[in-house]
Write a protein that binds this ligand. Structure first.
Ligand code: ADP
Ligand code: MG
Length: 672
């Protein structure tokens, strides 16, 4: 049992008390079968109409249950003959389980059930039943028993938030809160508990968010004490880069580059997040930082979340750095092992100055001779854990490399202080001059022909057009086929235009040829999959059509749309959709029609999707909150920060104890 508990991070009695219910089962009332919806977890009761053992792919027991209001199927894969025999027609069964949509009717797979006798009558439970996060071999029943035991020792649990801070923020006492959450008394309003609004929950949410905030602050202080290499004293390479650019840097770019340089001149590692809207020119800022490192004879690693993004960076960096006599290397999961080996060897020997790639960059066989700077693009997909792992990976002896993280997702200040409080933060709050406001319209698919005519007239005026084919399925093959079909259709309907096609399944040189033809104006229309999401820059393109816009995320749509509006002429974007629009699709499309401002769009995105999705924390498990939910509880953040500040001043020893109590793997953080 101890081993199993340890898998959940439960070692002390205290850990048990803070092992909070994931949710509560409401066994306080019986639902009419006719009212059930898939996904509900409910108590039902009815009479057996029919039970039989059938052989489908597996042997199973099916039991049909009715209560007059409706009928439901109970499905069992594991059962005894006695169980089958007990379900004779007319028997009353009370069941609890999750309602699912079955092949014929709603059903419950393996419900908990009891055969009701006359005497049982209509007794239901009068408190909510907690359900705990668990692991194999540990049943809910065991948890309920263990936690009941632990609650007997609750008096020895220290309340780490001083009384006057509790009063100030109207927080429930710790003991009372835990008692309530593990054993909600009969009069607890069910709906409050289920929605996370109960004061007992608020107390623990508050405490947990404080712990997170404090741990990230601590991490940041620790980073500031680690040894690193001061770089960036000389800027010859950087000046050479500037001299070869066809434009001058924006003030915002210059300011952020100066901030990065200042960070890297310190003898502890930089750990900075740079946020800038789509098209604000983050790549150049990264290149500047890279050149400072290279000039001090250190190597740079640039990591992007996808192959396509990495490839775009590779092209840009080659274009900028090779004229300065520098070697740019490309490390990809897709390249041949021979090529990969030679790239890796050059890195190890210090022959290449910068390596660009995806996660493949940080596989065990990739070694640098002198890594000085790690750049991560679109970081919000990487959590605190990943940041730390990356830092470890780049460590050379006692020294840690500098870290620069870039994102186009504007993170609201309060959230940034929680999700990224371990980082310093810069914003590129200015777009290069000449960017045009893009007019955005949404049109249903049936008006496709009108749009095709519009393409013709746009091109007659000498403009160029993107047509972006998107499918929600992650199948690249399907996406490409869809793009090919659209390409055929447009060629047929627009016979006097030159139309190009680019998609992810084409060879790199093929792609490049198509892109170059479009850049040179030899083709007027470019049909593309979302490969053009990043990096493509053709100022003469002034119309973009995006298919299936209702199925794309806001950030992606904004990013795609940013491919137009780069020249002097007015640009527009048409979002094609298949009616009817869902509520959220409608909100997304509306947000794009109304705003060109990445910050505003991200705010709405956050509202629609919640921070877990936006920061990718659902997948990575970053910010493993046990009870808090950044979306739901955002409003508490400013208070949490204030309270954390107060605690650090008044009872700094409690800050560490709070971190220990709440943060899973807190010891690991402490060891780094
Ligand atoms: P993002 O911030 O979205 O990563 P990029 O770095 O890809 O933006 O830059 C978008 C485009 O703007 C690129 O084609 C880049 O060369 C160009 N660009 C960057 N900085 C400037 C500038 N100061 N003036 C004009 N164009 C710029
Ligand atoms: Mg970028």
């Amino acid at each position: 049992m101890a081993e199993r508990l340890a898998r959940l991070g439960i070692v002390l009695v205290q850990d048990l008390l803070f092992h909070l219910p994931l949710r509560y089962q409401d066994r306080t009332r019986i639902y009419p079968i006719g009212s059930l919806q898939p996904g509900q977890e409910v108590l039902i009761e009815g009479e057996v109409e029919h039970a039989e053992i059938v052989m489908r792919r597996r042997r199973m027991l099916l039991c049909s249950l009715s209560d007059g209001s409706g009928r439901i199927t109970l499905r069992f894969f594991h059962f005894s003959n006695a169980q089958y025999l007990s379900m004779s027609k007319g028997k009353r069964l009370r069941c609890f389980g999750e309602i699912r949509r079955g092949p014929q009717s709603l059903e419950i797979v393996h419900p908990e059930y009891k055969i009701q006798s006359q005497q049982t009558g209509n007794i239901v439970e009068d408190t909510l039943t907690p359900t705990y996060p668990t692991t194999e071999g540990l049943q809910q029943r065991s948890f309920r028993r263990l936690i009941a035991l632990a609650l007997k020792h609750i008096e020895s649990l220290e309340d780490l938030i001083p009384p006057h801070i509790q009063q100030h923020y109207k927080l429930t006492g710790l003991h009372e809160a835990l008692q309530t959450l593990h054993h909600p008394p009969p009069d607890t309003p069910v709906s409050y508990l289920l929605s996370g609004e109960h004061p007992a929950q608020k107390r623990l949410i508050f405490e947990e968010m404080m712990a997170h905030h404090l741990s990230l602050r601590k991490l940041r202080q620790q980073t500031k004490q680690l040894p690193s290499i001061a770089i960036g004293n000389s800027d010859k390479l950087y000046q050479q880069l500037l001299a070869q650019l066809p434009f001058t840097l924006t003030n915002a770019q210059q300011r952020v580059i100066a901030e990065l340089r200042h960070d890297m001149q310190q003898s502890h590692p930089m750990s900075r997040l740079v946020q800038g809207d789509v098209g604000s020119g983050k790549t150049l800022v990264a290149a500047a930082a890279a050149l400072y490192a290279i000039e001090s004879e250190f190597q740079v690693a640039l990591m992007a979340p996808t192959e396509i993004l990495a490839e775009q960076h590779y092209q840009n960096f080659k274009r900028w750095l090779e004229p300065l006599g520098l070697q740019v290397s490309w490390i990809s999961g897709k390249q041949s092992s021979k090529q990969r080996r030679s790239e890796i060897e050059n890195l190890q020997l210090g022959m290449t100055h910068i390596a660009i790639g995806t996660h493949a960059l940080f596989q065990a066989d990739v070694q640098f001779k002198q890594l000085g700077l790690v750049i991560v693009d679109e970081q919000h997909r990487f959590g605190v854990d990943q940041r730390l792992a990356l830092r470890e990976k780049g460590r050379q002896g006692e020294r840690y490399p500098h870290q620069l993280i870039m994102t186009a997702t504007p993170i609201p200040r309060t959230l940034a202080m929680t999700a990224c409080a371990d980082l310093d933060y810069s914003v590129i709050d200015e777009l290069p001059p000449g960017r045009q406001k893009i007019t955005t319209v949404a049109l249903p698919n049936e008006r496709r022909d009108e749009i095709i005519q519009r393409i013709q007239s746009k091109c007659n005026e000498g403009n160029q057009v993107y047509w972006v084919c998107t499918l929600i399925e992650e199948s690249e093959a399907l996406q490409c086929r869809n793009a090919e079909e659209t390409w055929e259709l447009l060629k047929q309907k627009l016979p006097d235009l030159e139309i190009g096609l680019v998609h992810g399944r084409m060879k790199a040189d093929q792609k490049e040829a198509v892109m170059n033809a479009f850049k040179a104006g030899e083709t007027q229309v470019l049909v593309a999959t979302t490969v053009i999401e990043v990096g493509v820059d053709v100022p003469n393109a002034t119309l973009m059509i995006i298919e299936n816009a209702e199925r794309l995320g806001l950030a992606q749509l904004h990013q795609l749309r940013g491919r137009v509006g780069r020249g002097s002429a007015a640009s527009s974007c048409v979002l094609l959709y298949q009616p009817p629009l869902s509520n959220n699709s409608h909100r997304r499309i509306d947000a794009l029609r109304k705003s060109n401002d990445g910050f505003e769009i991200a705010r709405i995105d956050l509202e629609i999707r919640g921070p877990g999705e936006v920061f990718g924390t659902r997948q990575t498990g970053e910010l493993r909150f046990r009870i808090a939910d950044l979306g739901r509880d955002q409003a508490l953040l400013p208070q949490v920060q204030q309270a954390a500040e107060q605690l650090l001043q008044e009872a700094p020893e409690n800050a560490d104890k709070l971190i220990q109590r709440w943060i899973y793997r807190a010891e690991e953080y402490a060891n780094i």
